[in-house]
Ligand binder design. Structure first.
Ligand code: DHB
Ligand code: MG
Length: 222
């Protein structure tokens, strides 16, 4: 088993079930041209986010870590016409790339990009008394995931869904002495989630074009 094979299977299955999409391909091309890191979710994972949002009937979605807007577009396409997606991005240059791609996707009316440290944006959303979210996708700097998770608990509605990307990190998550600060962040996040009575959750390990990683799917108890 190898990355080459995982990638081939990802391409084969996405070729059949996800298909080609000019808007999303443009979003990836724009990200590459602007020098953004190539760490967006894969097409199969983007489709999973889209399907989960639809299955859940989400009309308010919060994303931490916009990057070039690839996952943003996938999730925003799951929204009803009166829906809303708020996406948080630290880097103004990344946000500018995402904004253009979201516009080309015809989704600008549904999507708000907030620029700045995600912790600050989350606290601002709380202070504004923003309506709670049905689905939250946490995919920003990995070491801050525990802090983000605690804030997101206050912003997500009871019965809401919280997805956390990059929990496994090539298996580094099982090593208490790992030098990977992101994996340390994920260990602290997993311990927090385990101790949180409001949440019931599971971890899915994944292989594919992005290698070996995984995500947590957590339901805030109704
Ligand atoms: C990295 C970040 C991600 O969100 C991801 O899905 C993969 C890699 C990274 O920072 O290396
Ligand atoms: Mg990620």
């Amino acid at each position: 088993m190898s990355l080459e094979l995982w990638d081939a299977v990802d391409r084969y299955t996405a070729g059949l079930l996800v298909g080609e999409d000019e808007v999303l391909e443009q979003a990836l091309a724009a990200s590459n041209e602007a020098g953004l890191p190539a760490i967006a979710v894969s097409p199969n994972q983007g489709k999973l986010l889209h399907l989960l949002a639809r299955i859940h009937g989400a009309s308010r979605i919060l994303e931490l870590g916009t990057l070039g807007g690839f996952s943003t577009i996938w999730m925003a396409r799951a929204l009803p016409p009166e829906g809303r997606l708020v996406t948080l991005e630290l880097n103004p240059a990344y946000a500018a790339v995402a904004e253009r791609s979201i516009e080309l996707a015809g989704l600008s009316e549904l999507v708000q990009i907030r620029i700045g440290p995600a912790g600050e944006s989350l606290r601002a959303l709380l202070q504004e008394g923003t309506e709670r979210f049905d689905l939250v996708f946490i995919d920003a700097d990995k070491q801050s995931t525990p802090e983000y998770f605690e804030l997101v608990l206050e912003l997500c509605r009871p019965g809401g869904l919280i997805l956390v990307d990059n929990v496994v990190r090539d298996g580094a998550v099982v090593d208490p002495a790992t030098a990977d600060a992101g994996a340390q962040g994920m260990r602290r996040f997993l311990e927090l989630a385990a101790a949180e009575p409001r949440v019931t959750a599971t971890t899915i390990q994944t292989v594919g074009s992005k290698g070996y990683d995984g995500f947590v799917l957590a339901l805030l108890e109704p």
